[in-house]
Design a protein around this ligand. Structure first.
Ligand code: PGA
Length: 243
């Protein structure tokens, strides 16, 4: 199974979401070997839920708080994602870590909470340019995994997205050697920590139709987390259809 996850970030309101799916559903030919997951902004989740009702295409939230409900002004609940029929929650994206000060401790709580509601966390990890230049990539990935997964339930599904911070939205994609090394390392650490051998490991960071076919063929690359190129039907479908 290959996973194609679309991270729309803070783009597309309900109307743009409906328009996207009207066109997408006409053009996409479902394939049993490919799982598609959309992460619209919270305000557009219901529009996505309605548009995807009855289809195999899945969706989820880009973030959630680690409580079901209560006095947490401005936060969003995973329970609402579940109520709308969503199955996934993105956790620990580098933009959440750097712009909104999300710590590994908060992330580990969120993961336990999400799994507790029988939703699937898609945990993002990745090194900064400085860390890569300092030869710290393996160490950083392992540290993030050990901390972020410390409260995770090993018997429930989880997925990892390897997203080098320097490759996100920059047009600078990691080289195939860098991707293979990082994914192999993540696979090893997942094994050491007792997670299933089939835990999907996605690559993210400037995935485009032009580089998708090479990247998807690499060992331990089980799919992609796609930002910019997921906003247009054509470019997203070109990535999904690149074999
Ligand atoms: P990008 O974003 O594809 O625009 O680099 C990826 C992400 O942030 O998940």
């Amino acid at each position: 199974m290959k996973y194609y996850a679309a991270n729309w970030k803070m783009n597309k309101g309900p109307k743009a979401t409906r328009d996207f799916f009207s066109e997408f559903k006409l053009k996409y030919k479902p394939n049993d070997q490919k799982s598609l997951i959309f992460f619209p902004s919270a305000f557009s989740l219901e529009a996505a839920a309605n548009a995807l009702d009855g289809s195999q295409i899945q969706f989820g939230a880009q973030n959630c708080y680690s409580e079901v409900k209560g006095a947490f002004t401005g936060e969003n609940s995973s329970d609402v994602v579940r109520e709308l029929g969503g199955q996934w929650v993105l956790v620990g994206h580098s933009e959440r870590r750097s712009l909104f000060s999300e710590s590994d401790k908060m992330i580990s709580k969120k993961i336990a909470h999400i799994q507790g509601l029988d939703l699937v966390p898609l945990l993002c990890i990745g090194e900064t340019l400085e860390e890569r230049q300092g030869m710290e990539t393996s160490l950083i990935l392992e540290m993030q995994m050990r901390r972020d997964l410390s409260q995770a339930d090993k018997n429930k599904k989880i997925a990892i997205a390897y997203e080098p911070v320097w490759a996100i939205g920059t047009g600078k994609v990691a080289t195939t050697t860098q991707v293979v090394e990082a994914h192999e390392h993540i696979r090893t650490v997942l094994g050491l920590l007792g997670f299933s051998k089939t835990t999907p490991i996605l690559y993210g960071g400037s995935v485009k139709p032009e580089n998708a076919s090479e990247l998807i063929s690499l060992p331990h690359v089980d799919g992609f987390l796609i930002g910019g190129a997921s906003l247009e039907v054509k470019s997203f479908l070109d990535i999904v259809n690149a074999d």
